[in-house]
Design a binder for this molecule. Structure first.
Ligand code: BGC
Length: 521
């Protein structure tokens, strides 16, 4: 038997412990960190389709929109300042996630969450009271700083707190709250847009203060994870906490493994350069490719611009906001499917199924929009059945994303990094995610204007690439304790050449070679 932990039938370790009410509670509170991210994703598209908001801050877009509907509809929202409003947030998040890496490692996961909440409160207030475009942008930048901190710390927190058998489900709590945040924002936009006097957008933007307060207060009551406490030398407290979290007295196996992982981690002086070492090649590859592909699904075209997109394809403002509410609800419901299935069916199955589903829908939506709008972007009268078909396929596409790349894009990175590179690698994941969210937010409206319906085919191409990537390179990580993840690389046909026996990460798994889990594709 390898050092520490029991070995179950398939040669993998099993630590004692159950899903205690305490761990459930802490995970629910921490997952709320996703609300601020979600609220923000959902709010900007709706606000930018409100005429009173456009008239005040983006008059040129407003004038284009008012122009005759026989003009080219693909280009009505093509304005650099308007996209800067949406996308500035993601650049800020990218920068702050790098800072958050150090805070998370040196001072614990919950301090990063607290910072995130406070910055977010400030941003929401500035936006709610904005009088000029620059106030809007400054507010968005503060929100972005908040998101960088929250997205860096929350997924790690959840993956470390959760008993490994439920890690997938509990971690997806983060994605669930992202989707709830998006939906709440869309519903609020729908109602606030109707406020007489046209100041509803202030409530939409300022409303972000509510999720911000939730995570700020939440982080004050949450305990830090045992992993993080050990990393900071608080061994006794960590052991007591681990007992409480796992609901059993004998946690020595898991505790010893965490301590060993932490020792290995302490010996690393430069987590960033360390990441470049050959044995971390699989981790670095995943830290970059998973968020890159997640964004190249094109999901945020729908999330940011659903109302604008629906408006473009001929819906009234009201119907557009309503359709966004429909896609938002599908997003939440499908995430629940993922919570149910991720620890049963595994990550690879969901990735591949979701990819296929998205691909089919993208092809259909491209065909529908192409058939009606042609290349000159003048649709004429749009029949009702047409709108229903487009919205239905967009919903099926969103469902495919919501049970695959959405949650797994955050879950898989947070569970594969060994402790010694965990904070730094997670920052890379957040940064890459934010860079590509930024790029897509920034160029989508211009791309729609130039590529027209072909835009959906560009994303379809990437969905094919990412599914092939998962099939060939991503090992299954379901049901493997987080500090034991080394075995999945060692037994992988490709990655095993980078990660040699005994050399990997926390050094817990010596003598394990005869005991490895199943071979992975
Ligand atoms: C992604 C976001 C996306 C959201 C949609 C998240 O996992 O990171 O970019 O907007 O899912 O639900």
């Amino acid at each position: 038997m390898p050092a520490g932990g029991f070995v179950v039938g398939d040669g993998q370790k099993a630590y004692p412990g159950k899903l205690t009410p305490f761990v459930l509670f802490t995970c629910v509170v921490a997952a709320m960190g996703g609300l601020i991210f979600g609220y923000d994703i959902g709010i900007s598209g709706g606000v930018t389709s409100m005429p009173s908001f456009l008239r005040r801050f983006f008059p040129s877009v407003y004038r284009k929109q008012k122009a005759d509907a026989t003009t080219n509809q693909y280009c009505q929202y093509d304005s650099p300042t308007l996209t800067l409003f949406t996308s500035s947030l993601y650049l800020a998040a990218l920068i702050s996630s790098l800072v958050a890496s150090t805070v998370t490692r040196k001072f614990g996961r919950r301090l990063s969450m607290l910072f995130g909440g406070i910055l977010f409160c400030a941003g929401a207030l500035i936006n709610g009271f904005a009088k000029h475009v620059w106030m809007l942008i400054v507010g968005r930048i503060l929100l972005g700083f908040g998101i960088g901190f929250a997205n860096q710390s929350v997924p790690l927190y959840l993956s470390e707190m959760a008993p490994y058998k439920y890690r997938g489900a509990l971690n997806i709590g983060f994605q669930l709250s992202i989707t709830i945040g998006i939906l709440v924002a869309e519903v609020l936009n729908y109602f606030f847009a109707k406020i007489k006097g046209g100041w509803g957008w202030r409530l939409s933007l300022g409303g972000a203060v509510v999720p911000a307060l939730i995570i700020t207060l939440g982080s004050l009551i949450l305990p830090d994870t045992p992993n993080s406490m050990i990393e900071r030398g608080q061994h006794e407290e960590a052991k007591t906490k681990l007992r409480r979290i796992r609901g059993v007295d004998d946690v020595s196996q898991e505790f010893d493994d965490l301590v060993a992982a932490s020792k290995e981690s302490q010996s690393i002086e430069h987590p960033w350069t360390n990441l470049l070492r050959r044995k971390y090649r699989p981790h670095l590859t995943m830290a970059i490719m998973i968020p890159f592909f997640q964004q190249l699904t094109g999901i945020n075209v729908i999330m940011f611009y659903a109302p604008v997109l629906f408006n473009t394809i001929g819906f009234t403002t009201d119907a557009s906001l309503m359709s966004a509410v429909v896609t938002g609800s599908v997003n939440v419901a499908a995430t629940l499917v993922s919570i149910y299935g991720v620890d049963k069916w595994g990550r690879r199955f969901l990735f591949l199924e979701g990819g296929t589903q998205m691909l089919i829908c993208q092809a259909v939506v491209a065909a529908c929009i192409g058939a009606k709008f042609g290349v000159d972007g003048t649709p004429g009268e749009l029949p009702k059945w047409y709108a229903i078909v487009v919205v239905t396929f967009i919903c099926i596409y969103v469902a495919g994303f919501a049970w695959s790349w959405g949650p797994l894009g955050w879950l898989v990175p947070s569970e594969i990094f060994p402790l010694e590179i965990r904070s730094a690698a997670q920052s890379i994941t957040v940064s890459v995610n934010m860079i590509f969210t930024f790029i897509i937010a920034q160029i989508f409206l211009t791309m729609l204007c130039h590529l027209k319906f072909g835009l959906f085919l560009v994303f379809a191409f990437f969905v094919v690439m990412m599914s092939i990537f998962v099939y060939i390179f991503l090992p299954e990580t379901k049901g493997i304790p987080i500090e034991e993840m080394g075995q999945v690389w060692r037994s992988h046909w490709y990655w095993s050449r980078f990660v040699e026996d005994g050399e990997y990460g926390n050094g817990l798994e010596m003598g394990k070679s005869s005991n490895q889990g199943t071979k992975h594709v």
